[in-house]
Design a protein around this ligand. Structure first.
Ligand SMILES: Nc1ncnc2c1ncn2[C@@H]1O[C@H](COP(=O)(O)OP(=O)(O)O)[C@@H](O)[C@H]1O
Ligand SMILES: O=P(O)(O)OC[C@H](O)CO
Length: 489
């Protein structure tokens, strides 16, 4: 029997087929277009996302030469916070999916803070008030798309994160569900009670029956017939929690960081909900009604900085070249880059910070810039690590890494030097998909938690260099961050 992971990320949708030993056998992927109609606005065509999700699923089983009846279950991992509002009868979205990166609701967030709601929201949902999360995006659609509010009040519209929308479309009976990892990113979900919070839903003026039913991350969600015979959808999990699970961070204090477009560090906190100020509490996963919680530090721009140097600045030909360039110089030459392109996320939460490159002299070369960019990706992770170490009571003994940019050896070594702990890279960097596969494999009875721990293989451990002057490096970074803050006010 096989397991399929469907990983719907911000830039692409991928499907991966795993055998019973956890080996990834075949994969298929398609890019998803990103629209930026105004500065700070980010949206996607939800129907394109669904269409391409079905395409990659079909392509996957054709490539592998397997049939739907050979698949024990499909697990879904998805970009989180991104919302769709669609017609309960026809499935037609009333507007594009508003993507997690979109800043259009920054003013709504300011109003929420001015109304003194931030503390109640943090206590109930574990989240900082920021345009990143779903609630203000749903509110924006209802208030700005002609006729949407009227239809929503009449029960014609429903809403959900990408997992909900995909499952509604994939299942014949149009199941309207989500799981607590996705719900915990909406700003409408009480993470202690594991229920939608009626007071917050009322506060945001969202009709409660628009929201999906919340089921366990590992559960028999429904069946899809898009591949022919019905296949069980056995797992739903937000992509960053999926990578925590896929890295088998099952014990308290185990942590992972994903270096993709953005960067997301999650630390397993077991039953505890106690993020230090500036970090988020989030649901890691739920299995048989029991939640495992996590502290999360969300960084908006990570590998996207390398993309920017390549595509917009022309400093790099490829992302990989950043490593060669960084190694051509013995240090950053005093250059620091703060990639606050869309403000700063954790632990600063400054919607008005903007990017900077500082310390430039006549001697600055593109090698220094490339090196400073990679270092910035690591410093941002350090900020979260430091907050957890000093303010949460949890100790992080090592960091598991994944995501496209974790293939960069310079970055990984610098990360180990800055954190002062081992950085562990697995052989398979697609841990998000792996987490979704593991979740649905548990539901289908293919694996149990003990077996899962044996399926992962390490590629390389990066050990901290004891001669590295951490204090000096971090001091420069901190000064640079201070200068980037509140720039766009
Ligand atoms: N060798 C590399 N060094 C640095 N950054 C890299 C490298 N390879 C890829 N990246 C960056 O990683 C990101 C792609 O990672 P991926 O995990 O596929 O992202 P996502 O899932 O967020 O789309 C891109 O932003 C790219 O610039
Ligand atoms: O699409 P990714 O993999 O960059 O992940 C996006 C996150 O889920 C946003 O919170």
């Amino acid at each position: 029997m096989y397991i399929i992971a469907l990983d719907e990320g911000t830039t692409s949708v991928r499907a991966i087929l795993y055998d019973g030993t956890g080996k990834a056998i075949v994969s298929s992927s398609k890019p998803i277009k990103i629209k930026t109609p105004r500065p700070g606005w980010v949206q996607q065509d939800a129907e394109e996302i669904y269409g391409k999700a079905v395409d990659v699923l079909k392509e996957l089983i054709n490539k592998a030469g397997v049939a739907a009846r050979d698949i024990a279950a499909i697990g879904i991992a998805n970009q989180r916070e991104t919302v769709v509002v669609w017609d309960r009868k026809t499935g037609m979205p009333v507007y594009d999916a508003i993507v997690w990166q979109c800043r259009r609701t920054a003013d709504i967030c300011e109003k929420i803070k001015a109304e003194g709601m931030a503390e109640e929201i943090f206590n109930k949902t574990g989240l900082e008030v920021d345009a990143y999360f779903s609630a203000t995006k749903i509110k924006w659609i209802l208030e700005n798309v002609p006729g949407a509010l009227y239809k929503a009040l009449n029960g014609q519209l429903i809403a959900g994160t990408i997992d909900s929308y995909l499952i509604w479309k994939l299942t014949e009976e149009h199941k309207h569900v989500t799981d607590p990892t996705n719900a915990s990113r909406t700003m409408l979900f009480n993470i202690k009670e594991l229920k939608w919070d009626k007071d917050l839903i009322r506060y945001f003026d969202i009709p409660i029956d628009m929201l999906p039913e919340v089921v366990d991350s590992s559960s028999k969600v429904g069946y899809t017939s898009v591949l022919g015979d019905p296949v069980l959808i056995g797992g739903i999990i937000g992509d960053q929690q999926a990578s925590l699970f896929g890295q088998c961070c099952f014990d308290i204090g185990e942590a992972k960081n994903t270096y993709g477009t953005g960067s997301f560090m999650l630390i397993n906190t077991g039953d505890y909900i106690k993020a230090p100020s500036g970090l988020l509490n989030t649901v890691g996963w739920t299995i048989r009604g029991k939640a495992t919680y996590a502290i999360e530090g969300s960084i908006f721009i990570s590998g996207a900085l390398i993309q920017w140097l390549r595509d917009q600045m022309g400093i790099l030909k490829t992302a990989q070249e950043s490593e060669e360039l960084a190694l051509q110089v013995s240090d950053n030459g005093g250059i620091y880059i703060v990639p606050a392109f869309t403000g700063l996320g954790a632990p600063y939460w400054d919607m008005y910070a903007r990017g900077l490159i500082i310390g430039i002299t006549r001697g600055t070369t593109k090698a220094h810039i490339a090196r400073a960019a990679l270092e910035a990706m690591a410093y941002q992770v350090y900020d979260i690590f430091d907050m957890v170490e000093n303010n949460s009571g949890f100790a992080i003994k090592s960091l598991k890494v994944d995501g496209g940019a974790s293939s960069n050896n310079f970055l990984m070594q610098f990360q180990a030097n800055i954190l002062g702990v081992d950085v562990i890279r697995p052989e398979d960097l697609e841990t998000t998909a792996r987490g979704a596969a593991y979740m649905s494999g548990l539901t289908a009875g293919v694996w149990d938690m003990e077996i899962l721990k044996k399926l992962n293989k390490e590629d390389r451990v990066f050990k901290p260099d004891i001669d590295f002057d951490r204090a000096r490096a971090i001091k420069g970074w901190r000064r640079a961050v201070e200068r980037s803050k509140s720039w766009a006010i």
